[in-house]
Write a protein that binds this ligand. Structure first.
Ligand code: ADP
Length: 301
């Protein structure tokens, strides 16, 4: 097969692994910088061009679109869909999962376990917002944050009020969430491929920190997950419409709760922690499913 990997940097671990796995399995792979792709929007004959060349003959496209290029990246992917190239994850599904509010609303509609969460743009009544999610301690998150930056634990109502007001003063979009203390500074990353969790790792925060991000000094280990956690992760992936994703769970007193569904999960941490060849599993999935025109939405909806 001829496969495109949409990635800004061919040297990234995950990109490299996907390229190696696909090449080993006999495929022709091209890494395309999504920001260097340009397109014509005409009826009937959509094209994507790259460095002066018209891209043709691709059977599948593997999007690895970073959060900061979601808008343009999903437009390029949509164009491939219009050209009948099979996308590992569809543009619509990526957009759904990138919009944190939309993602949580979709998950809640399916009755999937979530931390009690509140959103507000500019509430007249911060006190009521805090009460709505069960009071302090609570977690306040900047919607645009990644790698744990902009995730704050407010231990008292007073602290919560000040932080919420400060973020709002900066016109930042935030969400306010029940603090899952019993998670003990750990979260579980489930890697879903198709309708299976193919690998899971537990990330534990360092001493004195509640955020388990590896970038914040957390450590990752192999973990056995429960059938309930497994089915929660698979249902979350299906709700987003993602074939491959990372589902982050917390172990709460009221069962597993989903924190986030990541449409471009990093492979390094989880391959190291579990010793599994996830890149090859992803390529196998592409081999089984890639057929021309086989996208649910072709960018609609
Ligand atoms: P980011 O997307 O920036 O990594 P997250 O929402 O994943 O932000 O939060 C970072 C970390 O903080 C999580 O991995 C988890 O360990 C911890 N955390 C986030 N939300 C909660 C919560 N509601 N209760 C307990 N811990 C949380």
């Amino acid at each position: 097969m001829k496969i495109a990997v949409l990635s800004r940097n061919p040297k990234l671990y995950s990109t490299q692994r996907l390229v190696d796995a696909a090449t080993q399995r006999g495929h022709e792979v091209h890494v395309l910088d999504v920001l260097r792709c340009y397109m014509n929007i005409t009826s009937l004959k959509p094209e994507v061009h790259y460095k002066g060349e018209n891209l043709t003959g691709f059977d599948a496209v593997i999007p690895r679109i970073g959060a900061s290029v979601t808008f343009y990246g999903t437009a390029v992917l949509r164009q491939f869909e219009m050209m009948n190239v099979y996308p590992l994850n569809e543009s619509v599904a990526i957009s759904r999962s990138r919009d944190k509010l939309r993602a949580l609303q979709l998950l809640s509609r399916k009755g999937i376990g979530l931390p009690v969460t509140g959103f507000a743009h500019r509430p007249d009544d911060v006190e009521d917002l805090i009460k709505m999610v069960g009071g302090a301690p609570l977690v306040i998150k900047l919607l645009e944050g990644t790698q744990g930056i902009g995730v704050v634990l407010a231990e008292t109502t007073g602290a919560a009020e000040s932080v919420i007001e400060a973020f709002m003063g900066m016109k930042a979009n935030i969400l306010v969430q029940e603090f899952i203390k019993e998670a003990g500074g750990a979260d579980i990353r489930c890697l879903v491929v198709g309708d299976k969790v193919v690998a899971a790792m537990k990330r534990q925060s360092k001493e004195g920190e509640f955020r388990s991000n590896l970038h914040r000094g957390g450590t990752a280990n192999l973990i056995r997950i429960t059938p309930q956690e497994r089915s929660t992760a698979v249902r979350a992936a299906r709700t987003m419409g993602l074939n491959v994703c990372g589902v982050d769970l917390l172990r709460s007193n009221h069962g597993p709760v989903v924190m986030e569904v990541n449409s471009s999960p990093g492979l390094e941490g989880i391959e190291m922690a579990t010793n599994k060849d996830i890149a090859s599993m992803i390529i196998e999935f592409v081999e089984k499913h890639a057929k021309a025109g086989k996208t649910k939405t072709r960018g609609r909806g």
